[in-house]
Design a protein around this ligand. Structure first.
Ligand code: HEM
Length: 487
């Protein structure tokens, strides 16, 4: 029964054109209770079953049952690179009727974010919710956030009060990102428990009775009430904060049907936003600081840039001045090219789906995934692609102009319909990230504030390896030695 229901690993020659893998993991779930999703993915990838006619061919491998699982598990980037050259379009721009993000992500996200938002609603409602959040993260609001982020960062770093010491930079960034995003310690503690529910295993199983899931559920309720209580308090007292997104969602947003968001929907969107930004931005910042620690001459270059543009290292950071700090910007951009935090983009096929330009049909219930990180690290698109070189972006946009003629509006603003750029850390198509401007403002403000006080070196002179077993691609043993600039 098990064998007849699996279509193992369709990663194949066609991936040369579509940069995608098809996995049948849905049928396996009941057989692997307790195994991590990575194990399941890799085991699935290794079962040998002949494809039906028209199904994409299998990756060739030697050992039955193990198949390509080991190579993929140990180094997915190499595994995919060996087979893929270009294109993420099949996954990012799949028709809604063919492939679904909500079917792929629901069991992981709904218990954390809550009902009535993101992947618990029809895609058209998600598009409206993305429009609301995007409008809430307006330039005016981003302007107001920069001094707040700067102050939180200074407060946090005042704990690093030795002349020199060793710190876990990933842990520090995780704390700093939630502090700057929420500006509230109470949320941070609840957030920690909620975050415990964000585990790969919950991709596959609805609500396993795990202790982490019980904590997650309690934390979700606390967090929801936290936001709902603030909204009630604001209504009762007439006190509002015009720059915060929650206020914007509660007072300015109406669905096309004319209905306003309920307090619960607002609270759940707030949770979703905090979660969507937390691991992505903290992992990106951690990698950015690790790359700097690996190239310590960049610290002086960053300070020089600030002195040139802002006049001094004491000048307040503003939205407009941050925009002019191109080296700061390009360090974040280069980090996202080499270490995009979201590696796998996954969709569930909801009806038999023909791969354009081929006769291959991916069967309903298969999962398709793409890894844009492969093209981003390909020498075909970037000279010495594996090298961290923020200067490569200097004239990149001028030389690689995106065509504006294929703009599409999925409901949250026009964006390029193409997923053909070799670097897509924020995705593409209808599920593209709307948090990019906020993430850049947040990470650049932290970076600019940090370099004013500290230099970093790698602890033990070793650049951390990637941990592919976690939800985001995190650094293993991310220890750095800081030294105060004024010492
Ligand atoms: C979607 C990356 C920060 C909110 C996405 C996707 C990617 C991504 C790759 C597409 C996922 C898919 O197609 O399956 C990142 C990175 C970030 C970041 C690299 C930081 C460095 C944020 C922040 C927020 C946010 C700060 C909220 C303020 C969202 C939302 C979606 C999304 C709402 C849409 C989900 C959908 O339509 O299915 N992000 N993100 N992200 N992100 Fe981000």
């Amino acid at each position: 029964e098990l064998f007849s229901s699996i279509y193992a690993d369709y990663l194949s020659p066609f991936a040369r054109h579509v940069n995608a893998t098809v996995l049948r993991i849905d049928k396996l779930a009941p057989y692997f209770k307790g195994a991590s999703v990575n194990t399941i993915l890799f085991m699935t990838a290794s079962f040998y079953v002949s494809p039906r006619q028209n199904e994409p061919p299998l990756v060739p491998y030697w050992i039955p049952f193990i198949g390509s699982a080991i190579t993929m598990g140990i180094d997915p980037i190499k595994f995919y690179r060996d087979r893929q050259k270009e294109g993420n379009n099949l996954v990012f721009n799949a028709k809604l009727a063919d492939a679904s993000a909500e079917e792929a992500y629901r069991s992981l996200t709904v218990p954390v974010f809550g009902k009535g938002v993101v992947y618990d609603v029809h895609n058209s409602v998600l598009m409206e919710q993305k429009k609301f959040v995007k409008a809430g993260l307006s330039v005016e609001n981003l302007r107001a956030y920069i001094p707040m982020i700067e102050m939180e960062t200074k407060n946090y770093l005042s704990r690093w009060n030795k002349k020199s010491d060793v710190q876990d930079i990933h842990k520090a960034m995780a704390e700093l990102i939630i502090l700057t995003a929420s500006r509230c310690l109470l949320v941070a503690q609840i957030f920690h428990d909620l975050d415990g529910g964000f585990k790969p295993i919950n991709f596959l199983f609805d609500d396993l009775p795990l202790p982490s899931n019980r904590l997650r559920d309690k934390a979700h309720v606390k967090m929801r009430h936290f936001f709902i209580d603030i909204m009630k308090h604001r209504r009762d007292t007439g006190k509002v904060d015009s720059t915060d997104v929650m206020q914007y969602l509660a007072t300015n947003c109406q669905y096309k049907s004319g209905r306003s968001l309920t307090d619960m929907e607002v609270a759940h969107i707030m949770i979703a936003m905090l979660m969507a930004g937390q691991h992505t931005s903290s992992t990106t910042s951690a990698w950015a600081f690790l790359y700097l620690a690996w190239n310590p001459e960049l610290f002086d270059k960053l300070r020089q840039e600030q002195i040139e543009i802002l006049g001094s290292l004491d000048a307040p950071l503003t939205y407009d001045s941050l925009k002019q700090l191109t080296l700061h910007n390009n360090i974040v951009r280069e980090t996202l090219r080499l270490r995009p935090p979201i590696l796998h983009i996954i969709r569930k096929v909801v009806r038999d789906m023909t791969i354009p330009g081929t006769t291959y049909v991916i069967p309903k219930d298969a999962y398709v995934q793409c890894i844009p990180a492969i093209t981003a690290r390909s020498d075909e698109f970037f000279e010495n692609a594996e090298e961290f070189n923020p200067y490569r972006w200097k004239d990149y946009d001028l030389q690689n102009k995106e065509h504006d003629d294929d703009l599409v509006d999925y409901g949250f603003g026009a964006l390029s319909a193409s997923a053909r750029s070799p670097v897509l850390p924020f995705g593409a198509g209808r599920h593209r990230c709307i948090g990019e401007p906020f993430a850049y403002v947040q990470i650049k403000t932290i970076l600019a504030t940090f370099v004013r006080t500290f230099n970093l070196e790698l602890h033990n002179n070793k650049f951390p390896e990637c941990d592919f077993t976690t939800m985001m691609v995190q650094p293993k043993h991310p220890m750095v030695k800081y030294t105060r600039v004024d010492c």
